[in-house]
Design a protein around this ligand. Structure first.
Ligand SMILES: [Zn+2]
Ligand SMILES: [Zn+2]
Length: 253
């Protein structure tokens, strides 16, 4: 006879309690209660601003005002990148940035799936039609192992993992950082490029992929600022044999 105090219901309650502890059941922005494993409620989600036209065809910097047809922002007009275009899902916005920071520095890994949902807005752009149909691999911008040791996870990889599931794309760790780079924040564009030279290399998984097929690649990162990091990654991927590189990020920084 089973112990009178022991029941499967008890187990389920315990399971739910454990899950509630692992995944907070309140919205990270307004603190209203939530269910179903979400971390942002629908009303907060709908208030976060996605990028909409007009925006730069290269870096997706939004433009306030009316422009007919495609345009390049003044920044991109004289630059040549190794990627075809970079498309962020969301505009620069304090709340989107807060969610990114809470994942990155607060290690709230459950936020990666919400950020993937925000990044997925970028895929509504018709320029992704071919890459989504051909299932190009989603490649996260890598962190150096020393920063990885300190932070224990790579936010781009976590967002990429969720986005790959959402968009039904293969996730491929094709790049590694072979040289630790100093933080880019205070550097000029020229200094950033020097800082990133030779920083990335193809991994074994990357070369294995390329030995079986020739495809394009979709690079994924959290924020696009100057584009120097994704450009350095794209150069490496193109050199290795990927036919095209498209870039997707959660937010335009
Ligand atoms: Zn909310
Ligand atoms: Zn631009």
């Amino acid at each position: 006879m089973p112990h009178p105090k022991f029941s499967l219901d008890g187990f389920c309650d315990l399971g739910a309690k454990v899950l509630d502890q692992l995944y907070p059941s309140w919205c990270v922005l307004c603190e209203n209660e939530l269910s179903g494993g979400r971390s942002i409620c629908d009303s907060c989600h709908d208030l976060l601003p996605p990028i909409s036209a007009p925006f730069c065809q290269v870096c997706s910097e939004p433009f306030q005002g009316k422009i007919d047809g495609e345009f390049k922002c003044p920044n991109c007009a004289d630059l040549k990148f190794a990627f075809d275009f970079a498309r962020s899902g969301m505009m620069r916005d304090p709340q989107t940035l807060e969610i990114i920071h809470r994942l990155k520095y607060g290690r709230e890994i459950h936020l990666a799936s919400e950020l993937a949902r925000l990044a997925a807005q970028a895929f509504l752009d018709p320029r992704f039609e071919l890459s989504l149909a051909e299932k190009w691999p989603l490649i996260p911008v890598p962190l150096h192992y020393r920063r990885m040791q300190h932070r224990h996870f790579n936010q781009a990889a976590e967002i990429g993992r969720s986005l790959a599931k959402l968009a039904d794309l293969p996730l491929l760790f094709a790049l590694k950082r072979v040289r630790n780079t100093t933080t880019q924040t205070l550097l000029s564009r020229k200094q950033r490029l020097d800082n990133l030279r030779g920083a990335f290399a193809l991994t074994k998984s990357g070369s294995k992929w390329l030995s079986k097929q020739r495809s394009g690649a979709i690079l994924i990162d959290d924020i696009l600022t100057t584009g120097s990091t994704v450009d350095a990654c794209s150069k490496q991927l193109r050199r290795a044999g990927f036919s095209h590189v498209h870039v997707v990020t959660v937010m335009r920084g």
